[in-house]
Design a binder for this molecule. Sequence first.
Ligand code: MLT
Ligand code: MN
Ligand code: ZN
Length: 315
Amino acid sequence: MLLQVLGTAAGGGLPQWNCACPGCAGARAHPERRRRHASLAVRADEGSWYLVNATPDLGEQIEESHELRPGPGPRDTPLAGVVLTDAELDHTLGIARLREADGFEILATPPVRTALLEGLRLGVTLAPYTRVTWRELGSEPQPLSPGGTIETAAVPVSAKRPRYAAVTPTACGDSTGSGAPTGSGDPTGPGWVVALRLRDTATGRTLVYAPALAAWTEGFQYAVEDADCVIVDGTFWDDEEPVRTGISSRTATGMGHLPIDGPHGTAHRLAALGTRCLYTHLNNTNPLTDPAAPQHDRLAEWGLGVAADRMVIEL
Ligand code: MLT
Ligand code: MN
Ligand code: ZN
């Protein structure tokens, strides 16, 4: 299985256009610290690739990858489609940038598809430009492409809705029953946010990709125990980071992201796996955006690391 890390930043990217925080200022001063929005490319079969999430940086991410560039014909592209882990804007705004294609596939869970069709109105918006073929993403493994050996399956990890698809007090039909504006119900519920399991049936090698992880569910534990590589939500170093840095009144867990460090953190659980584990979806407030931060030593002691943009992973 061949994978390319196309980006490793949370929503806003690094630097974020309107942000002068130390992380963003550091990335402006040191261009090697820049990170594009979190995304992955996976080779489905010879000459055919799928993106995992479609970010606002999608055009540049394709240009920066030799394998994803068009050719040999003037409008030939190796890009066959997009697999979505959620409906958040940082993972879906890039879909509109694919409108020059003759057509492409989108694999999404039912709530994510509904959010894109009814919230963002992507179906009616894109119909005059290109042909979008929708495929349901579920917990049963399915081949990414008909002739290939890569299978994909979804593992629900969060009930958090994007803000544009929030449940208003007057609206009905929130299956989480939480009443919370972006949903905070059963993480194993309707599939608003999933981890992806990508498995090569030819080799048995497996990757788990979870750029947003609100809860360490039983299903997620089962998936990572079986994986050869895990790329996981590293949005915040600790639970108080969003409050301390003034970007939010909610903690990391309150925002649907388990922190790396601390009692509810993912680090000790990942370290116990003894598998190759890399963090992604770093927010610009995360101290790990500074390569000199002591938190990198802590990660190394746990046997963990941070994914880098343009990293190639062969499993
Ligand atoms: C998230 O990861 O929590 C979302 O992408 C937040 C956002 O961009 O609004
Ligand atoms: Mn995000
Ligand atoms: Zn910033």
